[in-house]
Design a protein around this ligand. Structure first.
Ligand SMILES: [Zn+2]
Length: 249
């Protein structure tokens, strides 16, 4: 861990940093030779803009991986924030203060050039409907926000169904990356760890013992573990399937 008085950060690569906020919340800074991007803004209790501008010598963009409060809380430090349109109402829902920045659209399927690095914006819909991932092609790494957390939440405003999450996981695992980063860890996970989420869904547990209360929601926590690691998926009954998918409880 490095520290420059404002934030601690871990160099995953010399050009990819996990910036640690309080309570296990991380933002990711990716620095190309012509451009940089900051992914997420944490709770924003400290001046994240000052940190970025101290450590980046190029122009930079700030992009939200999704609209949860621990990822958008520091948006107010910046003038412009990018997010996919599907997630704008999730940001509206969780934003606590009147907005003082401009929200601009970024599209899945687009690519951002940082000069020597190229970032593909991909949909990781599930955790929320507009969750996105940042596939850094040259580094073989996917920055996944909360969409692939070891403890993966599938409830609350904007969350999709288990079937939709399963579809996203199966699609994403075929992309050509080696490892991924998550919004609540400074570890770099091998891509194979995604298989534990897939197996967890295939063996989903919804018995009484898995019932718990998570931030005021009545949820189930299904766990699965194998050689690739551990998966916990926390969900409500209403996220077991969407209305269009019919009643699957
Ligand atoms: Zn989240």
């Amino acid at each position: 861990m490095q520290n420059n008085n404002l934030y601690e950060y871990k160099e995953i690569r010399n050009n990819i940093w996990q910036i640690a906020e309080d309570s296990g919340v991380y933002c990711t800074l990716i620095k190309g030779n012509e451009m940089a991007i900051l992914i997420d803004t944490g709770y924003g209790h400290r001046n994240l803009r000052e940190f970025v501008e101290k450590n980046v010598s190029t122009p930079y963009m700030v992009i939200n991986s999704h609209g949860h409060p621990d990822h958008i809380g520091g948006n107010h430090w910046f003038d412009t924030i990018y997010a996919v349109k599907e997630e704008w109402d999730v940001i509206d829902h969780f934003e606590e203060e009147p907005r003082n920045y401009e929200l601009k659209e970024i599209q899945t399927g687009s690519q951002i050039s940082l000069g020597n690095l190229h970032i593909d914006i991909i949909s990781l819909a599930g955790h929320t409907k507009g969750s996105i991932g940042f596939w850094v092609r040259e580094e073989g790494i996917l920055v996944a926000g909360d969409a692939l957390n070891e403890n993966l939440w599938l409830f609350n405003y904007g969350a999709l169904s288990m079937k939709q999450l399963y579809g996203t996981l199966n699609k994403t695992i075929h992309l050509d990356f080696d490892s991924y980063l998550c919004g609540h860890s400074d570890q770099e996970y091998k891509k194979e760890k995604m298989l534990t989420h897939i197996r967890n869904i295939e063996n989903l547990k919804t018995d009484e013992e898995t019932k718990q209360n998570t931030i005021g929601f009545e949820t189930y926590c299904s766990s699965y573990e194998d050689v690739n690691g551990k998966s916990e998926i926390v969900f409500t009954i209403s996220n077991l399937c969407s209305e269009e998918e019919g009643n699957c409880t």
